[in-house]
Design a protein around this ligand. Sequence first.
Ligand code: HEC
Ligand code: HEC
Ligand code: HEC
Ligand code: HEC
Ligand code: HEC
Ligand code: HEC
Ligand code: HEC
Ligand code: HEC
Length: 467
Amino acid sequence: MPRWRMLGVWMGLLLGLGGLAMAKQSDSACVQCHTDVTPGVVHQFHEGRMGTNAYLPLDCSTCHGSAHTTAEDFAKATFPTPDTCMGCHADKVEQFRAGKHELAWYAMKTQSALHAQPSAIVGEGYRGCSGCHKIGRKGYIGAEAGNTGPLKWDGGEEASQYRYGNAQCDACHTRHSFKKTEAQDPRACSNCHMGFDHPQWEMYMSSKHGITWDIDGNRGWDQGGRAPTCQTCHMPGGNHNVETAWGFLALRLPTKENVEKLAASVDDAGLKANLQKLAKLLPSGHYIDLDDDVQWTLDRALILQVNEILDQNFQPTERFFEIVAQARAARGPEEFNRLRLQMKATCQQCHSKEYVDDFFLNADKIVKLADHEFAKAIQAVQGLYRDGILKKPEGWKWAPSVAQYYENLTPIELDLYLIYMEYRQRTFQGAFHISNDYMHWYGWAPLKEHVNRILAEAERMRAEQKK
Ligand code: HEC
Ligand code: HEC
Ligand code: HEC
Ligand code: HEC
Ligand code: HEC
Ligand code: HEC
Ligand code: HEC
Ligand code: HEC
């Protein structure tokens, strides 16, 4: 924390919370009673620096208020949000709020499939989507509520419906010790960044980086070891703003120039006009490392269609705005290039520029190859809809849609969802995290397998229709 800020905190405390410093000398009433009621919490608190700092004494009441004072009135205790930390850690809160973690709750709520799930799975129980996505702030108001500008915040309305789970910061600094060293350990990310659609933990631990971290006694570059950790690459300098170039879904926007090139290459006059119209709405520029060619631009446009982001005529849907602009799930060239260069600078602390450039060029090629395979499968399924062999399920606005996840009803569309959420993800995420096994055997191999299954199944369905 910068010195001037510590000074501000000091002054605030001296003026506002004058009595607290004295209370700390002997334990506060909260600590005294809670030593019996929840001894574990008191122990954790006294293990961390906020519980031991001699100059700036914090107490339970700093985060839970002082309204609750007896064994019966504990319902009066309040729970913190990042606003509670703001007074003393404004720099971290501001960085965090500018990054993608802040948007996690909102991003979750944009998903079509979410609405079909029971609230014990996606709501206050915090055992499914909500358990991981509570790292984001509740209460962002977006397109679904008719807001067509930048995201607005409801002032705490949605959060107030949840007693627990609004703290956000405790995702990496576990309560009640809030240790910095714990947050610096890649294991702190692993409860969320693992498994089905984003196995970054498993990929890291099967890469030379993770293995070296492990061999060095779980010490990364920031602790005097040789290997980078998740934090080295994604939170350089302790910056709490996390964001990557390709993002979770590898869905960067097609550029104006590339869509114009695609429009020029097609013969169909209707399609040409639609693409020209789309091009006008897109950001201008070029992607570094591997820019899109005509084929890749078309492949990605199809991927955006099955994500409900572009409609049948390649025009943006209202979800384009919600998911791309508001939830920031896909980036244009300016941001992509900035984030890419920032990442490369991190790699270059330990590798040569040539080695790193070569690495990213190759990884981008893998995204492109995976997109092309996926696009073949998309076209096969879209063809079945076009020819009336598949019918749009009742209540769905778009079909086929991978955003409906496992709510899809036919085997062929379930396979399409698996390609998207599991195999394509593992292919490109494994390439970026240098896990050869994930990239190939858990990614590319089943991706190809499922594309072939879809093509065969589409043939079969057509033959059946003719009978
Ligand atoms: C006289 C004893 C006593 C004192 C003093 C006390 N508490 Fe508690 N507190 C309790 C009991 C009992 C519970 C309920 C614990 C349980 O159900 O396991 C509780 C619960 C809590 C909870 C959890 C509430 C929930 O809904 O989950 C918080 C937070 C809390 N106390 C904070 C504080 C703070 C802050 C202070 C000082 C301002 C304080 N306590 C003072 C006895 C006390
Ligand atoms: C720096 C902020 C901070 C301080 C200081 C703090 N807490 Fe907490 N406390 C939290 C957070 C964050 C949670 C989790 C809330 C949630 O799930 O939303 C929590 C949850 C709790 C809970 C209920 C959840 C559980 O795990 O049972 C109790 C009880 C509690 N605190 C007691 C205390 C006591 C007693 C102290 C003082 C020894 C204390 N807290 C100091 C931030 C703090
Ligand atoms: C009243 C001021 C104050 C508030 C409010 C506050 N902190 Fe702190 N925090 C401190 C002080 C003081 C330290 C210890 C600095 C030191 O000893 O180096 C600290 C240290 C930390 C550390 C680093 C611990 C370490 O191991 O080095 C973390 C993480 C942290 N706070 C998180 C939080 C979170 C999260 C919240 C809100 C839920 C919060 N703090 C609220 C004053 C505060
Ligand atoms: C995604 C994981 C993660 C989350 C979520 C997170 N932090 Fe941190 N935090 C870290 C890491 C990693 C460090 C160590 C940074 C470094 O190496 O300097 C850290 C360090 C800190 C420190 C110590 C700074 C210092 O220089 O000693 C404070 C204070 C802190 N965080 C506050 C917060 C607050 C407040 C929030 C919520 C707005 C928060 N953190 C949320 C990962 C996280
Ligand atoms: C050596 C640096 C490095 C390490 C270590 C690392 N990553 Fe990454 N990470 C990357 C790169 C490079 C990308 C892709 C960046 C781009 O899009 O250009 C990436 C992308 C991501 C993404 C976006 C989706 C994806 O997988 O492509 C997430 C989330 C992520 N990493 C989390 C993690 C977590 C969690 C860990 C630790 C378990 C971790 N990373 C370890 C470099 C690293
Ligand atoms: C409590 C669960 C949780 C923990 C712990 C967590 N994350 Fe995340 N992380 C998420 C979620 C959910 C998202 C998606 C947010 C969004 O994009 O809306 C995310 C997004 C990210 C992204 C942005 C990817 C993109 O779209 O560009 C990066 C990078 C990242 N996390 C890195 C980390 C690192 C590094 C750690 C550990 C220091 C960590 N996370 C800890 C849940 C978590
Ligand atoms: C195990 C924890 C976990 C669960 C459970 C989980 N997510 Fe996520 N989610 C994450 C992480 C971590 C990320 C970021 C991964 C990355 O960038 O590679 C993420 C990313 C996302 C994103 C992408 C945000 C973006 O900007 O790209 C959406 C949307 C999303 N999740 C929705 C959901 C929905 C809906 C559910 C439940 C049906 C769910 N998640 C279940 C951890 C989880
Ligand atoms: C803190 C130092 C450090 C940083 C930062 C770092 N690496 Fe590494 N890297 C290593 C070490 C150590 C090894 C293991 C020794 C080896 O194989 O050369 C390694 C190995 C590799 C390998 C070889 C893996 C193999 O199986 O042969 C690649 C590729 C690689 N790193 C790419 C990257 C990329 C890309 C980045 C940035 C996104 C990056 N590294 C960041 C230290 C680092």
